[in-house]
Design a protein around this ligand. Sequence first.
Ligand SMILES: [Zn+2]
Length: 165
Amino acid sequence: MDCKATKTQLADLLLDPAAATPAAREHVAACAECGKELHDLQATMLAMDAWDAPEPSAYFDTRLAARLREEQANPPASFWERMRARLLCGSNPHFRPIAAGALALLLMLGGGTAVWMQNGTQPPVPPESATVHDLQLLDGNAQVYQQLSSLDADLDDDSGNPSKN
Ligand SMILES: [Zn+2]
């Protein structure tokens, strides 16, 4: 018998050793790990036997009943609080799968709408960096200066201005 199979019988070995199989008893006697686990459980049970659980006060039931009556007399909570309480503490076993399905459907619809909206529009143009912008400006200015100076040279040639020569 291996450790895993023995551990399923630890409760029997602890509470009613006669109910456990002989193989489990032999394994616990031979295996140090399982023997220690059984010994620890026995120590815990001894400690629990020595502990006296405190008695509830004489008025516990009365006060609990009064609190319950107060809660029943309170006005009903808001819709979302009631839904939350039903989701967390509800006893209807079919409600959770239905709620999970509804949420999944909502997620799929939302995701599909987002994809559909993104496909309809162009991807955003990445903003150009300031350096690129400055270089483009300088390039444009250089072209303008070149054109101006060529115009100036043409004018000088046509007029035959002596100051240039
Ligand atoms: Zn073992």
